[in-house]
Ligand binder design. Structure first.
Ligand code: FES
Length: 100
């Protein structure tokens, strides 16, 4: 487990938007819920939709393909048992770091 640089702070999504970033061989969804930044896996467990291309509604990232809702802080969806990985995130000296 180590913190790696995911992005620069200036690249972060605006309030109540999400964005996807590549991190090694995978993609990470970064969400900004009312100014609170969090990171989770980018791949929807339903059929693999890109969560970082979704919108945020009611604090949840909405999958752009079929509308499953994901809590970016916990990785939990509204579907019982469907949970994706979340990553500790910190911002230091203008860099966005996640623990992988
Ligand atoms: S792939 Fe995300 S809701 Fe279907």
């Amino acid at each position: 487990m180590a913190f790696v640089k995911l992005a620069s702070q200036s690249e972060l999504p605006a309030i109540n938007e999400a964005r996807e970033f590549s991190c090694g061989d995978k993609m990470i969804c970064v969400a900004n819920v009312n100014g609170e930044i969090s990171a989770m896996d980018n791949i929807c467990l339903h059929r693999g939709g890109p969560l970082g291309e979704g919108m945020i509604e009611g604090g949840k990232v909405i999958c752009p393909w079929h509308g499953w809702e994901w809590d970016p802080k916990t990785g939990q969806s509204q579907v019982s048992g469907a949970k994706i990985r979340v990553y500790p995130l910190s911002i230091e000296n203008g860099d966005v770091l996640i623990e992988t």
